[in-house]
Design a protein around this ligand. Structure first.
Ligand code: ADP
Length: 566
């Protein structure tokens, strides 16, 4: 029942009022002057105050004003009572100061009780709204705090801090289920020994194990009932509330909130507690998933690294026996050329030489890919004339195929770039070799070398300005347009080549990585059945200071390559 504070300097009046109110079941507090009234209002927080206007020292008006000025008493309804005859002016003054009612003589008991009841009803509704509002704000705060990080321990800490303060508890914790046991994720107010005792305890047969973890129901009880010997908050009295943490039908663990005083949560408090537990379960699960995926990513990275290390070792080890096969094959070739009786063996030896060369290239590619994966791919740059280099490589490669005619068209010479000559040889050989390989019926291969003021398909992140450009055009099988974007991915091979022409799908990937490390890029234009054009563009050395600020010193490895459109 509601508590009403009655304030009057006349003991007789207090007596009459008290009898009237107690008769209706209210609890009554008394004060004989203004100061005592203010003290009782702040310390006892009555639900309503009946206040005499005419009192010595501090009259009812001043008491109302002070009550309204104090945040802790601002919302307590006040009824001003006066023994005087009605006076409109005083009534308005009282109401303006913040009184809710102003009753004058003759005061009718029934009317007084009716007004008291009405004000208490309004106050109760307001209190409920206020408490809902506070709970909603607290819930929002909990959700925000727990979703602002994905670190599981941090999420746990924030959740328990907010949950303890929002529920006016003295401590509590979040416990995660692991097999038959519970592990404390975060806590407030627990002692280290009790946590250790709980973490080693199998809880399956305890009230917590049965009701909370198995049946996923709320458990409210005295601390002793709920915890038995291992009281988490370390004292005998008080109440423990334990809620299950459930996410998508999976039981994650529990949330405990404890108070030193005994308390009986109301229905609306229970709804709030469940909302907190639900928010906590979602936040914990999110953070767990994030940590798991993080762990998986790290595991994958480790496996990747180990694989690269393995490939690097294997490719290195295989090259030694290959070099010795090549050496002996060369020796036998030279003998066979001199000896007419060994002519049939010569053909076989030529095949051995070709295959050994192919294997060497494949092993080199595997080694490069593993070096790139481990971030150990080295570039040793110096001034290189790209026009001269391309001519030399084209000349050498012409000897590898009689059915293809390599035509080279050099527009600008010299064409100086700052590059690793060995790597550039690798890039150009790969493009020309592909042009030959993917034009199985022979034909011409056109190589053009020129300075381009605005090279085609330049990725936006690369600087404007002139580039040294080499294009290699063939009239071979071409590349289906829907896979052209993926040509530069590791191990990617277009469907029209698989099973027909051998290869590993690594050359273009390595080529792009090399160009990237030189501040250059590669692009492709192709139509299936018609042939392909691969183009590479590299910053010119002579113009580096004006147009390629990034390449004045050795080009940085950070520039990326796009330019794969048809
Ligand atoms: P590989 O030739 O060893 O398979 P690359 O990385 O050099 O590896 O090439 C990747 C894929 O790109 C090839 O498998 C092929 O499908 C396609 N490709 C490359 N160059 C050409 C070309 N000139 N004509 C047609 N397809 C090509």
């Amino acid at each position: 029942m509601a508590t009403i504070l009655i304030v009057d300097d006349q003991p007789d009046n207090l007596y009459v009022l008290e009898r009237l109110l107690k008769g209706k079941g209210y609890q009554v507090l008394q004060a004989e002057n203004g100061l005592a009234a203010l003290d009782a209002a702040t310390t006892r927080q009555p639900d309503l105050i009946l206040l005499d206007v005419m009192m010595p020292e501090m009259d009812g008006f001043e008491v109302v004003q002070r009550l309204r000025d104090d945040a802790t008493t601002r919302t307590i309804p006040v009824v001003l009572l006066t023994a005087n005859a009605p006076d409109e002016r005083l009534k308005i003054q009282g109401l303006k100061l913040g009184a809710d009612e102003y009753l004058t003589q003759p005061i009718n008991n029934n009317e007084l009780l009716a007004r008291v009841q009405a004000l208490l009803r309004t106050k109760q509704t307001q209190d409920e709204l206020q408490s809902r509002n506070t709970q909603l704000t607290a819930l929002l705060d909990i959700v925000q705090a727990s979703t602002s990080t994905l670190n599981l321990d941090e999420v746990g800490r924030r959740l328990i801090d907010r949950a303890v303060s929002a529920t006016h508890s003295d401590g509590g914790g979040i416990w995660l289920q692991q097999d038959e046991k519970l592990i404390c994720l975060a806590q407030q107010g627990y002692s280290a020994e009790v946590i250790a005792a709980w973490e080693t305890n199998v809880v399956a047969d305890s009230p917590i194990g049965i009701r909370v973890l198995q049946c996923r129901k709320l458990l409210v009880g005295s601390t002793a009932e709920v915890f038995g010997d291992h009281n988490l908050l370390g004292q005998a009295g008080g109440t423990a509330i334990v809620l299950p943490l459930v996410h998508r039908d999976a039981s994650l663990g529990l949330l405990h909130l404890g108070t030193r005083q005994t308390r009986t949560p109301r229905d609306e408090d229970l709804a709030f507690l469940h909302a907190i537990a639900n928010a906590a379960a979602v936040a914990v699960q999110n953070a767990r998933l994030f940590e798991e995926s993080n762990q998986q990513r790290q595991d994958l990275e480790r496996v990747d690294h180990e694989r690269d290390e393995f490939i690097s070792i294997i490719s290195h080890e295989l090259k030694n026996p290959l070099a010795s096969i090549k050496g002996y094959a060369g020796l036998l070739q030279r003998r066979a050329r001199k000896d007419t009786t060994l002519q049939t063996s010569l053909k076989g030896l030529d095949v051995i030489e070709q295959q050994v060369n192919r294997m060497t290239t494949l092993l080199d590619q595997l080694r490069d890919v593993s070096q790139i994966g481990m971030d150990r791919f080295m570039i040793e740059a110096g001034p290189v004339d790209l026009a001269h280099l391309t001519q030399r490589i084209a000349f050498e490669m012409q000897t590898t195929s009689a059915s293809h005619q390599l035509q080279i068209d050099v527009h600008d010479e010299p064409l100086m770039i700052y590059a690793d000559e060995f790597r550039m040889t690798q890039v150009l050989s790969n493009l020309i070799n592909n042009a030959i390989k993917y034009s199985p019926s022979g034909g011409s291969i056109e190589i053009v070398v020129r300075r381009e003021a605005t090279p085609p398909q330049r990725p936006q992140e690369l600087p404007l300005g002139a580039y040294a450009v080499v294009t290699v055009r063939d009239y071979g099988i071409g590349i289906p347009s829907d896979v052209q974007e993926r040509l530069f991915h590791r191990f990617f091979r277009a469907p029209n080549t698989q099973g027909r022409i051998s290869g590993m799908g690594l050359g273009l990937y390595i080529t792009r990585e090399i160009l990237q490390r030189h501040g250059g890029y590669i692009w492709v234009e192709s139509e299936e059945g018609e042939g392909s054009l691969f183009g590479v563009a590299l910053p010119l050395l002579n113009e580096a200071s004006e147009e390629h600020p990034a390449t004045e010193t050795p080009p940085s490895a950070s520039a990326s390559v796009a330019g794969t459109a048809a």
